[in-house]
Design a protein around this ligand. Structure first.
Ligand SMILES: Nc1ncnc2c1ncn2[C@@H]1O[C@H](COP(=O)(O)OP(=O)(O)OP(=O)(O)O)[C@@H](O)[C@H]1O
Length: 222
């Protein structure tokens, strides 16, 4: 059995809305192993982003336990979460969240700086395969949506994280660009045995992942 990168044990997440409690994740059990790639689908509001946010430590569960790389996060304090995010996690957000005062190269190098790692030949490979070589010195706010998305993916993978969480990473791309990005993402993740959990509404994008999870009424159906 390969190493478990993410494990949720009986996780429940509720939000209070208008004075009423609203259960988004209901006694959820799941596991993601090293190198596994999973597409997460589900209706709008089913809790896909909430699940990603919990795994990234941006939200906390009401009950249950979350293990990351075998470690129970229940006892983690802020600095341990930061350490996990800088060292082991790559995130691609729906809105890219690029650092707009910086150019493409500095955006991609950002997670390296946080880890005090130098620019590596892996970064050259990422830049090359994402077609970003001619854009390295450009400011990210001058790029098209598709170009920004490719920068966001390269940045998320630059420090070779164990886990990549991606929320609709091809949502802003046209079909051919999105298939190209998915294919690259799959190849790059496979090269480093990166575990990928990717939210998508596209069946074509989901087809690039090893497994498909559907979130409905707080539970995962495979
Ligand atoms: N901070 C919050 N406070 C209150 N309710 C919230 C909060 N975050 C999410 N919710 C609610 O939890 C439910 C799940 O939201 P979530 O964003 O996880 O869904 P989603 O599946 O990612 O949706 P979409 O596909 O539209 O992005 C929704 O009903 C949402 O209103």
């Amino acid at each position: 059995m390969t190493e478990q990168i993410v494990q949720l044990k009986r996780i429940t997440k509720e939000f209070i809305d208008g004075g009423q409690s609203h259960r988004v994740l209901d006694d959820l059990d799941l596991a993601l192993h090293r190198g596994e790639t999973v597409a997460l689908t589900g209706a709008s509001g089913s809790g896909k982003s909430t699940l990603l946010n919990l795994i990234a430590g941006f939200e906390y569960p009401n009950s249950g336990e979350l293990f990351l790389l075998g470690d129970n996060t229940t006892t983690w304090k802020d600095h341990r979460w930061s350490q996990f995010r800088y060292q082991q996690l790559g995130v691609v957000f729906q809105q890219f969240n690029l650092l707009t005062p910086l150019n493409v190269k500095d955006n991609i190098a950002f997670p390296l700086r946080m880890n005090r790692k130098p620019w590596s030949s892996w970064c050259d490979t990422l830049v090359e395969s994402m077609g970003l070589s001619p854009l390295l010195n450009r400011h990210v706010d001058a790029l098209s949506g598709g170009q920004q998305q490719r920068v966001a993916i390269a940045r998320a993978l630059a420090h070779q994280p164990a886990l990549l969480l991606a929320d609709e990473p091809t949502g802003n791309l046209d079909q051919s660009a999105s298939l190209e990005v998915m294919s690259l993402l799959k190849t790059l993740a496979a090269e480093h045995q990166t575990t990928v959990l990717m939210v998508t509404h596209s069946l074509e994008s989901a087809g690039f992942m090893d497994r498909r999870w559907h979130l409905e009424q707080g539970r995962i159906h495979e």
